[in-house]
Ligand binder design. Structure first.
Ligand code: UD1
Length: 316
Protein backbone atom coordinates (compact mmCIF):
# COMPACT_ATOMS: atom_id res chain seq x y z
CA UNK A 1 0.00 0.00 0.00
CA UNK A 2 1.25 3.47 -0.74
CA UNK A 3 -0.80 6.19 0.83
CA UNK A 4 1.51 9.06 -0.10
CA UNK A 5 0.94 11.07 3.09
CA UNK A 6 3.63 13.55 4.08
CA UNK A 7 3.46 14.96 7.62
CA UNK A 8 0.83 13.55 9.99
CA UNK A 9 -0.09 13.95 13.66
CA UNK A 10 -1.26 11.04 15.79
CA UNK A 11 -2.84 12.11 19.08
CA UNK A 12 -2.69 9.28 21.58
CA UNK A 13 0.13 7.81 19.50
CA UNK A 14 1.69 6.06 22.51
CA UNK A 15 -1.50 4.11 23.21
CA UNK A 16 -2.64 0.68 22.07
CA UNK A 17 -4.23 1.61 18.73
CA UNK A 18 -2.27 4.84 18.22
CA UNK A 19 1.13 3.14 18.46
CA UNK A 20 0.21 0.54 15.84
CA UNK A 21 -0.90 3.38 13.60
CA UNK A 22 2.43 5.13 14.17
CA UNK A 23 4.30 1.92 13.22
CA UNK A 24 2.52 1.72 9.88
CA UNK A 25 2.82 5.44 9.13
CA UNK A 26 6.56 5.33 9.83
CA UNK A 27 6.87 2.25 7.60
CA UNK A 28 4.99 4.16 4.89
CA UNK A 29 7.67 6.87 5.04
CA UNK A 30 5.51 9.56 6.64
CA UNK A 31 6.91 12.29 8.81
CA UNK A 32 5.10 11.30 12.03
CA UNK A 33 4.37 13.59 14.96
CA UNK A 34 2.95 12.08 18.15
CA UNK A 35 1.17 13.97 20.91
CA UNK A 36 0.46 11.93 24.04
CA UNK A 37 0.24 12.82 27.72
CA UNK A 38 1.18 9.22 28.66
CA UNK A 39 -1.80 8.92 31.00
CA UNK A 40 -2.75 5.55 29.57
CA UNK A 41 -0.24 5.19 26.73
CA UNK A 42 3.39 4.27 27.25
CA UNK A 43 6.70 5.18 25.64
CA UNK A 44 7.53 1.48 25.56
CA UNK A 45 4.95 1.17 22.76
CA UNK A 46 7.10 3.54 20.67
CA UNK A 47 10.61 2.48 21.66
CA UNK A 48 11.36 0.83 18.29
CA UNK A 49 10.42 3.99 16.34
CA UNK A 50 11.50 6.69 18.79
CA UNK A 51 14.30 7.98 16.56
CA UNK A 52 12.01 8.24 13.57
CA UNK A 53 9.20 10.34 15.02
CA UNK A 54 8.71 13.72 16.67
CA UNK A 55 7.26 13.15 20.11
CA UNK A 56 5.45 15.79 22.18
CA UNK A 57 4.54 14.84 25.72
CA UNK A 58 1.43 16.89 26.23
CA UNK A 59 -2.30 17.01 26.54
CA UNK A 60 -4.84 17.62 23.80
CA UNK A 61 -6.39 20.21 26.12
CA UNK A 62 -3.20 22.28 25.83
CA UNK A 63 -4.00 24.30 22.72
CA UNK A 64 -0.48 25.73 22.45
CA UNK A 65 1.26 22.36 22.18
CA UNK A 66 -1.54 21.01 20.00
CA UNK A 67 -1.14 23.89 17.53
CA UNK A 68 2.60 23.33 17.49
CA UNK A 69 2.24 19.57 16.93
CA UNK A 70 -0.32 20.04 14.13
CA UNK A 71 1.80 22.57 12.23
CA UNK A 72 2.26 21.63 8.55
CA UNK A 73 0.39 18.36 9.00
CA UNK A 74 -1.68 16.99 6.17
CA UNK A 75 -3.73 14.66 8.35
CA UNK A 76 -4.50 14.34 12.06
CA UNK A 77 -5.40 10.90 13.41
CA UNK A 78 -7.18 11.59 16.69
CA UNK A 79 -6.84 8.58 18.97
CA UNK A 80 -6.29 10.31 22.32
CA UNK A 81 -9.12 9.89 24.81
CA UNK A 82 -10.10 8.74 28.25
CA UNK A 83 -10.73 5.27 26.86
CA UNK A 84 -12.15 3.51 29.90
CA UNK A 85 -15.94 3.59 29.87
CA UNK A 86 -15.94 2.95 33.60
CA UNK A 87 -13.67 5.92 34.26
CA UNK A 88 -16.05 8.18 32.33
CA UNK A 89 -18.93 6.85 34.44
CA UNK A 90 -16.97 7.67 37.59
CA UNK A 91 -15.79 11.05 36.23
CA UNK A 92 -18.40 12.38 33.80
CA UNK A 93 -17.14 15.96 34.00
CA UNK A 94 -13.37 15.37 33.92
CA UNK A 95 -13.78 12.91 31.07
CA UNK A 96 -15.84 15.47 29.12
CA UNK A 97 -12.93 17.92 29.30
CA UNK A 98 -10.69 15.30 27.70
CA UNK A 99 -13.08 13.61 25.29
CA UNK A 100 -15.41 16.49 24.35
CA UNK A 101 -13.27 19.60 24.67
CA UNK A 102 -10.10 17.76 23.72
CA UNK A 103 -11.69 16.59 20.48
CA UNK A 104 -12.97 20.09 19.79
CA UNK A 105 -9.44 21.45 20.29
CA UNK A 106 -8.09 18.85 17.88
CA UNK A 107 -10.67 19.81 15.24
CA UNK A 108 -9.91 23.46 15.77
CA UNK A 109 -6.15 22.90 15.53
CA UNK A 110 -6.90 21.16 12.24
CA UNK A 111 -8.96 24.10 11.00
CA UNK A 112 -6.45 26.76 12.07
CA UNK A 113 -3.47 24.86 10.66
CA UNK A 114 -5.27 24.21 7.39
CA UNK A 115 -4.90 20.47 7.85
CA UNK A 116 -6.57 18.64 4.99
CA UNK A 117 -8.28 15.92 6.97
CA UNK A 118 -8.95 14.77 10.54
CA UNK A 119 -9.76 11.10 11.19
CA UNK A 120 -11.49 10.58 14.53
CA UNK A 121 -11.70 7.43 16.62
CA UNK A 122 -15.34 6.91 17.55
CA UNK A 123 -16.93 3.80 19.03
CA UNK A 124 -19.68 1.24 18.60
CA UNK A 125 -20.69 2.35 22.10
CA UNK A 126 -22.84 5.03 20.38
CA UNK A 127 -25.32 2.27 19.42
CA UNK A 128 -25.98 1.22 23.03
CA UNK A 129 -28.21 -1.81 23.50
CA UNK A 130 -30.51 -1.45 20.51
CA UNK A 131 -31.19 -5.09 19.55
CA UNK A 132 -31.15 -4.40 15.81
CA UNK A 133 -28.34 -6.37 14.12
CA UNK A 134 -26.02 -5.91 12.42
CA UNK A 135 -25.40 -2.38 13.64
CA UNK A 136 -25.44 -0.02 10.71
CA UNK A 137 -24.43 3.61 10.58
CA UNK A 138 -27.91 5.01 9.97
CA UNK A 139 -29.77 3.25 12.76
CA UNK A 140 -31.00 5.21 15.80
CA UNK A 141 -28.28 5.79 18.37
CA UNK A 142 -28.58 5.11 22.06
CA UNK A 143 -25.46 6.17 23.94
CA UNK A 144 -25.63 4.74 27.46
CA UNK A 145 -22.52 6.14 29.16
CA UNK A 146 -20.67 9.45 29.32
CA UNK A 147 -18.07 7.79 27.09
CA UNK A 148 -20.64 7.03 24.39
CA UNK A 149 -22.14 10.53 24.61
CA UNK A 150 -18.65 12.03 24.31
CA UNK A 151 -17.84 9.94 21.25
CA UNK A 152 -21.13 10.99 19.67
CA UNK A 153 -20.42 14.63 20.48
CA UNK A 154 -17.08 14.26 18.69
CA UNK A 155 -18.88 12.92 15.62
CA UNK A 156 -21.32 15.84 15.65
CA UNK A 157 -18.55 18.39 16.02
CA UNK A 158 -16.66 16.68 13.19
CA UNK A 159 -19.70 17.15 10.97
CA UNK A 160 -19.95 20.82 11.92
CA UNK A 161 -16.28 21.39 11.13
CA UNK A 162 -16.76 19.66 7.80
CA UNK A 163 -19.94 21.52 6.86
CA UNK A 164 -19.08 24.97 8.23
CA UNK A 165 -15.34 25.19 7.80
CA UNK A 166 -14.60 22.76 4.99
CA UNK A 167 -12.28 20.67 7.17
CA UNK A 168 -12.43 17.11 5.86
CA UNK A 169 -13.42 14.85 8.76
CA UNK A 170 -13.98 11.10 8.88
CA UNK A 171 -15.26 9.26 11.96
CA UNK A 172 -14.58 5.58 12.53
CA UNK A 173 -16.80 3.64 14.91
CA UNK A 174 -14.48 0.95 16.21
CA UNK A 175 -16.04 -2.32 17.35
CA UNK A 176 -14.11 -4.54 19.80
CA UNK A 177 -10.47 -3.93 18.90
CA UNK A 178 -7.84 -6.42 20.08
CA UNK A 179 -4.16 -7.13 19.54
CA UNK A 180 -0.66 -6.76 20.99
CA UNK A 181 -0.11 -3.90 23.51
CA UNK A 182 -3.68 -3.84 24.78
CA UNK A 183 -3.56 -3.24 28.52
CA UNK A 184 -5.19 -6.09 30.48
CA UNK A 185 -4.83 -4.51 33.92
CA UNK A 186 -8.40 -3.60 34.82
CA UNK A 187 -11.47 -5.85 35.07
CA UNK A 188 -12.96 -3.54 32.43
CA UNK A 189 -10.12 -4.06 29.97
CA UNK A 190 -11.02 -5.72 26.68
CA UNK A 191 -11.98 -9.34 27.20
CA UNK A 192 -9.28 -10.64 24.85
CA UNK A 193 -6.49 -8.91 26.76
CA UNK A 194 -7.84 -10.38 30.02
CA UNK A 195 -8.25 -13.89 28.61
CA UNK A 196 -4.76 -13.80 27.06
CA UNK A 197 -3.23 -12.95 30.41
CA UNK A 198 -5.15 -15.79 32.04
CA UNK A 199 -4.11 -18.26 29.36
CA UNK A 200 -0.40 -17.46 29.52
CA UNK A 201 -0.45 -17.74 33.31
CA UNK A 202 -2.54 -20.93 33.09
CA UNK A 203 -5.38 -19.54 35.19
CA UNK A 204 -9.13 -19.89 34.60
CA UNK A 205 -10.94 -16.87 33.20
CA UNK A 206 -14.17 -15.47 34.53
CA UNK A 207 -17.08 -15.53 32.11
CA UNK A 208 -20.02 -13.27 32.86
CA UNK A 209 -23.38 -14.92 32.19
CA UNK A 210 -23.62 -18.02 30.02
CA UNK A 211 -20.84 -16.95 27.64
CA UNK A 212 -23.16 -17.06 24.64
CA UNK A 213 -23.00 -13.27 24.25
CA UNK A 214 -20.98 -12.27 21.23
CA UNK A 215 -18.88 -9.45 19.81
CA UNK A 216 -17.34 -8.34 16.54
CA UNK A 217 -13.61 -8.51 17.33
CA UNK A 218 -11.41 -6.58 14.94
CA UNK A 219 -7.62 -6.92 14.86
CA UNK A 220 -5.71 -3.71 15.54
CA UNK A 221 -3.82 -3.89 12.21
CA UNK A 222 -7.14 -3.84 10.38
CA UNK A 223 -8.13 -0.75 12.37
CA UNK A 224 -4.87 0.85 11.24
CA UNK A 225 -5.69 -0.01 7.64
CA UNK A 226 -9.14 1.57 8.03
CA UNK A 227 -7.52 4.75 9.36
CA UNK A 228 -5.19 5.01 6.37
CA UNK A 229 -8.04 4.48 3.95
CA UNK A 230 -10.14 7.04 5.83
CA UNK A 231 -7.30 9.52 5.54
CA UNK A 232 -6.84 9.13 1.82
CA UNK A 233 -10.04 8.04 0.08
CA UNK A 234 -11.67 11.04 -1.63
CA UNK A 235 -15.21 9.83 -0.97
CA UNK A 236 -14.72 9.46 2.78
CA UNK A 237 -14.83 13.13 3.79
CA UNK A 238 -17.76 14.06 6.02
CA UNK A 239 -18.71 10.44 6.64
CA UNK A 240 -18.96 7.95 9.50
CA UNK A 241 -18.00 4.28 9.15
CA UNK A 242 -18.28 1.16 11.28
CA UNK A 243 -14.95 -0.60 11.59
CA UNK A 244 -15.34 -4.25 12.49
CA UNK A 245 -15.29 -7.51 10.58
CA UNK A 246 -19.00 -8.16 10.05
CA UNK A 247 -18.48 -11.50 11.86
CA UNK A 248 -19.00 -12.41 15.47
CA UNK A 249 -17.51 -14.72 18.08
CA UNK A 250 -19.11 -15.77 21.37
CA UNK A 251 -17.19 -15.43 24.62
CA UNK A 252 -17.32 -19.22 25.15
CA UNK A 253 -15.89 -19.75 21.71
CA UNK A 254 -13.22 -17.14 22.33
CA UNK A 255 -11.95 -18.96 25.42
CA UNK A 256 -11.98 -22.31 23.57
CA UNK A 257 -9.82 -20.84 20.82
CA UNK A 258 -7.38 -19.22 23.23
CA UNK A 259 -7.18 -22.51 25.18
CA UNK A 260 -6.05 -24.24 22.00
CA UNK A 261 -3.09 -21.87 21.72
CA UNK A 262 -2.11 -22.45 25.33
CA UNK A 263 -2.45 -26.21 24.86
CA UNK A 264 -4.44 -26.50 28.08
CA UNK A 265 -8.08 -27.15 28.71
CA UNK A 266 -8.98 -24.91 31.63
CA UNK A 267 -12.63 -24.63 32.62
CA UNK A 268 -13.79 -21.02 32.97
CA UNK A 269 -15.50 -19.81 36.08
CA UNK A 270 -19.04 -18.66 35.26
CA UNK A 271 -20.50 -15.83 37.33
CA UNK A 272 -23.68 -13.73 36.85
CA UNK A 273 -23.86 -11.33 33.91
CA UNK A 274 -22.47 -7.84 34.18
CA UNK A 275 -25.29 -5.37 34.75
CA UNK A 276 -26.10 -3.71 31.43
CA UNK A 277 -23.95 -6.13 29.43
CA UNK A 278 -24.82 -6.04 25.75
CA UNK A 279 -25.70 -9.51 24.48
CA UNK A 280 -25.02 -9.27 20.78
CA UNK A 281 -22.91 -6.85 18.81
CA UNK A 282 -21.80 -7.14 15.22
CA UNK A 283 -21.04 -4.48 12.64
CA UNK A 284 -22.33 -3.98 9.17
CA UNK A 285 -19.18 -2.94 7.31
CA UNK A 286 -20.89 -2.41 3.95
CA UNK A 287 -20.36 1.36 3.96
CA UNK A 288 -16.66 1.02 4.80
CA UNK A 289 -16.36 -1.56 2.03
CA UNK A 290 -18.02 0.55 -0.62
CA UNK A 291 -16.67 4.02 0.23
CA UNK A 292 -13.23 3.11 1.62
CA UNK A 293 -12.58 -0.22 -0.04
CA UNK A 294 -12.09 -1.57 3.49
CA UNK A 295 -11.85 -5.31 3.91
CA UNK A 296 -10.26 -6.85 7.01
CA UNK A 297 -7.02 -8.72 6.24
CA UNK A 298 -6.83 -10.75 9.43
CA UNK A 299 -8.97 -13.80 10.01
CA UNK A 300 -9.86 -14.04 13.68
CA UNK A 301 -7.67 -17.14 14.19
CA UNK A 302 -4.68 -15.31 12.72
CA UNK A 303 -5.12 -12.13 14.77
CA UNK A 304 -5.64 -14.21 17.90
CA UNK A 305 -2.49 -16.24 17.25
CA UNK A 306 -0.37 -13.09 16.83
CA UNK A 307 -1.91 -11.63 19.97
CA UNK A 308 -1.33 -14.80 22.01
CA UNK A 309 2.33 -14.87 20.97
CA UNK A 310 2.76 -11.27 22.05
CA UNK A 311 1.26 -11.86 25.52
CA UNK A 312 3.39 -15.00 25.88
CA UNK A 313 6.57 -13.18 24.88
CA UNK A 314 5.88 -10.16 27.06
CA UNK A 315 5.38 -12.40 30.11
CA UNK A 316 8.95 -13.65 29.76
C1 UD1 B 1 -17.29 -2.33 25.70
C2 UD1 B 1 -16.49 -1.59 26.73
C3 UD1 B 1 -17.35 -1.40 27.92
C4 UD1 B 1 -18.63 -0.62 27.53
C5 UD1 B 1 -19.35 -1.36 26.41
C6 UD1 B 1 -20.54 -0.56 25.90
C7 UD1 B 1 -14.18 -2.18 26.41
C8 UD1 B 1 -13.04 -2.99 26.87
N1 UD1 B 1 -15.34 -2.37 27.07
O1 UD1 B 1 -17.69 -3.48 26.35
O2 UD1 B 1 -16.61 -0.70 28.92
O3 UD1 B 1 -19.49 -0.51 28.63
O4 UD1 B 1 -18.43 -1.60 25.33
O5 UD1 B 1 -20.32 0.08 24.77
O6 UD1 B 1 -14.07 -1.37 25.53
N2 UD1 B 1 -16.32 -10.66 29.59
C9 UD1 B 1 -16.18 -11.83 30.31
N3 UD1 B 1 -15.11 -11.95 31.15
C10 UD1 B 1 -14.18 -10.96 31.30
C11 UD1 B 1 -14.34 -9.75 30.58
C12 UD1 B 1 -15.43 -9.63 29.73
O7 UD1 B 1 -17.02 -12.73 30.21
O8 UD1 B 1 -13.23 -11.14 32.08
C13 UD1 B 1 -17.45 -10.52 28.66
C14 UD1 B 1 -18.29 -9.30 28.94
O9 UD1 B 1 -19.28 -9.57 29.90
C15 UD1 B 1 -18.88 -9.02 27.56
C16 UD1 B 1 -17.78 -9.50 26.61
O10 UD1 B 1 -16.93 -10.33 27.37
O11 UD1 B 1 -20.04 -9.75 27.35
C17 UD1 B 1 -16.96 -8.38 26.02
O12 UD1 B 1 -16.51 -7.54 27.07
P1 UD1 B 1 -15.58 -6.25 26.83
O13 UD1 B 1 -14.31 -6.67 26.22
O14 UD1 B 1 -15.54 -5.49 28.11
O15 UD1 B 1 -16.33 -5.43 25.70
P2 UD1 B 1 -17.84 -4.85 25.67
O16 UD1 B 1 -18.76 -5.61 26.53
O17 UD1 B 1 -18.19 -4.76 24.24
Amino acid sequence: MNFGLSRVLVTGGAGFIGSHLVDTLVAEGCDVVVLDNLSSGSLSNLKHVKDKITFYKGDIQDQKILMEAAKNCEVIFHQAAMVSVTKTVDNPVDSAFINDMGTLFVLDAGRKNKVKRVVLASSSAVYGDDPLLPKHENMPLKPMSPYAVQKLTGELNARIYHDLYGLETVCLRYFNVYGPRQDPSSPYSGVISIFMTKAVSKKPPVIYGDGKQYRDFVFVKDVVKANLLAATEDDAAGQIFNIGTGKHVSINNLWDMISLFSGLKIEPEYIPSRPGDIIESVASIEQAKSALGFEPDYLFEKGLEITFKWYKDSRK
